[in-house]
Design a protein around this ligand. Structure first.
Ligand SMILES: Cc1cc2nc3c(=O)[nH]c(=O)nc-3n(C[C@H](O)[C@H](O)[C@H](O)COP(=O)(O)OP(=O)(O)OC[C@H]3O[C@@H](n4cnc5c(N)ncnc54)[C@H](O)[C@@H]3O)c2cc1C
Length: 277
């Protein structure tokens, strides 16, 4: 197996590395500690097209390969992993839309998501269900031309900036097996009954918000059902999370690489017993 980067991938890595060195690293420590939202960095990522890395070219994205996708998260996380969080679930939402959305849904949302003019995330977790997603309690009941959604999501990355936000719901709470009754609804910001709660406190990984999302008699049009077919939601979400492991792994490599580089630099300049430690 060839682990070398292609010339295009190496050029892309250099571009992201330079961006992280120039615009992220100098502010990372201060903004992480203060919890300041990195709005300027987001604007630069929009100009670089980073919100469209998993959007097909026909919808205005660059649809990079999986290695280049990992490179984005590795290089950014070397400087500040919090910034990777801003791109991570957004990119997975675009991946889900591109893969499972109807033609109309792809045309409607992907172009603005590709530029970052609109942003997104993924709302799966609830106060009572995380690993066991089939145990979610958010219910979408059919009502005329749409659904009425009630429930609470928590720990939702990018919640305050997401529009639309893919939300995992139960369209048939009695279904057996349970996943057959699960679907994803694309809920737009400003929909009555949709609100974002407080930002949850974190020890680290700041920069991007993790927030609660409340759905109280939230009316969502039927055309916002991802893929137009009920009962596909868990599979759609889990396959996005599976591809998302590439970005999680990229972050881990980036943080480990940066830690090693800093430890080595320190060990070379720190002297003890008359020589570098
Ligand atoms: C910073 C941050 C950002 C997040 N962003 C998002 C987001 O954007 N969207 C979203 O939907 N969610 C998000 N989450 C939530 C995350 O996906 C959940 O925390 C995760 O799925 C685990 O769920 P839980 O916290 O409810 O833990 P639980 O499911 O309660 O698990 C607690 C512990 O028990 C273990 N465990 C669970 N079941 C078993 C078992 N059967 N046997 C043995 N051990 C078990 C788990 O491995 C874990 O260690 C985020 C979380 C964090 C911290």
């Amino acid at each position: 197996m060839d682990f070398e980067l292609s010339p295009q991938q190496a050029e892309f890595r250099d571009l992201i590395r330079e961006f992280a060195r120039r615009s992220i690293a100098p502010v990372a420590r201060e903004w992480e500690l203060s919890g300041r939202y990195p709005a300027e960095i987001v604007e630069e990522m929009k100009k670089m097209g980073l919100f469209g890395i998993l959007v097909p070219e026909e919808h205005g994205g660059s649809a990079v390969d999986a290695v280049s996708y990992a490179i984005v998260f590795e290089e950014i996380s070397k400087a500040w992993m919090g910034i990777a969080g801003i791109l991570g679930s957004h990119s997975l939402a675009t991946w889900m839309l591109a893969r499972y959305g109807t033609t109309e849904q792809r045309r409607r949302w992907l172009p603005a998501l590709a530029t970052g003019q609109r942003r997104s995330g993924i709302a799966l977790t609830e106060p009572g269900a995380g690993s066991d997603l089939q145990g979610i309690a958010t219910v979408a009941r059919r009502d005329g031309a749409g659904y009425v959604v009630n429930g609470t999501k928590t720990w939702i990355t990018n919640a305050r900036h997401a529009d639309p936000l893919p939300v995992l719901v139960k369209t048939d709470p009695e279904a057996e097996p349970r996943h057959r009754g699960m679907s994803i609804l694309m809920i737009e910001a400003g929909t009555p009954g949709f609100s974002v709660g407080r930002d949850l406190g974190k020890l680290g990984y700041k920069g991007t918000e993790s927030a609660e999302v409340f759905l109280a008699d939230c009316h969502v049009p039927a055309e916002n059902l991802l893929g137009g077919e009920e009962g596909r939601g868990l599979q759609q979400a889990l396959s996005a999370l599976e591809f998302g492991r590439v970005n999680i792994a990229g972050r881990a490599v980036g943080v480990a690489q940066a830690s090693l580089e800093r430890a080595l630099a320190y060990a070379r300049q720190r002297h003890a017993f008359g020589r570098p430690i």
